[in-house]
Design a protein around this ligand. Structure first.
Ligand SMILES: Cc1cc2nc3c(=O)[nH]c(=O)nc-3n(C[C@H](O)[C@H](O)[C@H](O)COP(=O)(O)OP(=O)(O)OC[C@H]3O[C@@H](n4cnc5c(N)ncnc54)[C@H](O)[C@@H]3O)c2cc1C
Length: 512
């Protein structure tokens, strides 16, 4: 369709990028971005941009990508637990300051002929335009006021986003045990002299450290300095003498936003306004920018607003929902992270990489052979082969108490071994149904069960959740843990074994 006038609400990455792409595709269109803030003043520190995003941006707009990459900072990834370190190479991830990201996008939008009006908060209803693109972020007033069928899910954990004025050599994942509980930082460099420190913790630790009683910062632009000073001590060794700096920094619970519809009339939602995905998969900016590509393509392909918005949603929704599902699994993994601190750091790195079912064990082994070889040696007590890792993992013997298992696939339960079977298909192993199952598992152990066998639906999401549940029971109740799944998902079962989610697996009858 031919768009004559487009109003874009919000000058974040989604709004600025869609404005530029629309103006390039339809040069006759009058495209105006309305941003409430001032240029160069934004919340947050650095964000990560992964390789997949970079490929899509290259195809859509090579000039912008070139400048984003030039402003970005490449880094590897290191996990440090109790002084032990595992490091993986990652040459396709860049960290970039949010201010730099926005400066590049503003420059390119203006170069294409977009007008940007700063400093006034506007609402979608007030524009006289053919289409209104609401890219007004996670707290979108357009979404709240409209007919988009929104739902919001709050994370259990609390996080805050701060920074430090020095560049870490690598991205860092570091948990630190304190008298109050465990705090974890995900930190990464995003310029020659700055790093993002994203710090999270569970509610009990947060309360026990007294943060629920901290005074509210006096002004909206102030940060929670009490927490920052406390966390400076906790992460003193990672900070190497530097201070933690805030920018409207406060403890928050992550909000996962979903909408039943992304458009209403001539208004369409884009980026965080339409959907969010937990920060631990670093994909919010990516999704917003990919939405922009999808929307501009749909406008070019379809004859009218209704058809274009429908096409945009149909093309974008599957990958957004896929990322939201990965992000949900990743969030649950991080929220339960403190329970894994006794696992050697290399195995923990395997658990981290395979946590959401996105990176198979053999692919991770191809990119980080040293870490994976060490993890497998810790798992089996023997050096792994160069290939066929999944089969090798399943073939390793196990000694559990007095029982010897010739390999990790349980075909027959040995005489005298009492296993209690759970066949529940839970959505979230850490919710109330999960707590209830833990109570029943404890009771079964008291009544003499040697362990548990988890079975249920055979689709992949069900198996991945079953592995999470098995891991929770293994850590909180103990005993021999067996997870059942189809042979076609043996790679996921093998990753579960190496990650310490279960001790043995069993394969569903029809697949053996
Ligand atoms: C802790 C944390 C860490 C993150 N880390 C990463 C990461 O590593 N990688 C990554 O890709 N993403 C990350 N994200 C997500 C990322 O910040 C967002 O997904 C991304 O900024 C979304 O872009 P957007 O354009 O949709 O919205 P936003 O960036 O939120 O932009 C919305 C804009 O709209 C403006 N606005 C809102 N209402 C109005 C109004 N009524 N009138 C005028 N202007 C208005 C706002 O001022 C803002 O500038 C992280 C998020 C969090 C919370």
């Amino acid at each position: 369709m031919r768009v004559r006038r487009a109003a874009v609400l919000g000058g974040g990455p989604g709004g600025l990028y869609v404005a530029r792409l629309l103006k390039l595709a339809q040069p006759w269109c009058d495209v105006v971005v309305h941003e409430q803030g001032e240029p160069d003043k934004t919340f947050g520190f650095g964000v990560g941009l992964a390789a997949g995003t970079q490929r899509k941006l290259e195809a859509a707009d090579a000039d912008t990508l070139r400048d984003l990459v030039a402003a970005g900072h490449r880094h590897d990834m290191t996990m440090v637990v109790d002084g032990r370190t595992a490091r993986v190479h990652n040459d396709r991830l860049i960290g970039i300051a949010r201010t730099e990201l926005l400066a590049v996008l503003q420059r390119h939008a203006e170069k294409a002929g977009v007008r940007i009006e700063y400093g006034t908060r506007r609402s979608a209803g007030e524009f006289d335009a053919d289409i209104v693109i609401a890219a007004d972020g996670v707290s979108s007033a357009t979404r709240s006021a409209g007919e988009f069928g929104e739902t919001t899910e709050l994370g259990r954990g609390l996080f805050l986003w701060c920074g430090a004025e020095f560049a870490l050599p690598d991205a860092l994942f570091v948990p630190v045990r304190t008298e109050h509980g465990v705090f974890v930082t995900h930190a990464y460099p995003y310029s020659g002299g700055r790093s993002t420190f994203l710090i999270e913790t569970d509610e009990q630790t947060w309360r026990s450290a007294g943060f629920d009683r901290s005074p509210e910062p006096a002004q909206p632009e102030d940060s929670d300095e009490t927490s920052l000073r406390y966390l400076e001590e906790v992460f003193a060794s990672e900070l190497r003498g530097h201070a933690l700096i805030g920018n409207r920094t406060r403890w928050t619970r992550f909000r996962t936003v979903r909408c039943a519809r992304w458009s209403h009339g001539r208004t369409v939602l884009l980026g965080d306004a339409a959907h969010t995905a937990h920060f631990s998969i670093g994909s919010g900016t990516k999704l917003a920018m990919e939405d922009a590509i999808g929307l501009v393509e749909a406008l070019a392909e379809e004859p009218d607003v209704e058809a274009a918005f429908a096409r945009y949603e149909t093309t974008r929704r599957p990958s957004v929902e896929r990322m939201q599902e990965l992000a949900r699994r990743s969030r649950l993994w991080w929220e339960s992270f403190p329970s894994r601190l006794d696992i050697p750091v290399e195995r923990l790195m395997v658990a981290y990489m395979t946590r959401a079912g996105n990176v198979p064990l053999d692919r991770f082994a191809a990119t980080s052979p040293d870490v994976v070889a060490t993890a497998l040696e810790q798992y089996a007590g023997a050096a792994p082969p160069a290939a066929d890792l999944v089969d090798w993992v399943l073939e390793q013997p196990l000694r559990h108490g007095k029982t010897e298992f010739p390999h990790r696939i349980l075909r027959h339960v040995p005489d005298g071994l009492a296993l209690t079977t759970f066949a529940e298909n839970l959505a979230d192993p850490w919710d109330e149904a999960g707590d209830d199952l833990i109570a029943r598992a404890r009771e079964a152990r008291r009544d003499g069960a040697d362990g548990f066998r988890f079975t249920g639906l055979t689709d992949r999401p069900a198996l991945l959740t079953r592995l999470d549940l098995a891991e929770r029971v293994r850590s909180e109740v103990g005993g021999l843990i067996v997870v059942n799944g189809p042979a076609s998902l043996r790679a996921d079962l093998a990753a579960g074994l190496v990650s310490g989610r279960c001790d043995l697996v069993s394969l569903t009858e029809e697949d053996v």
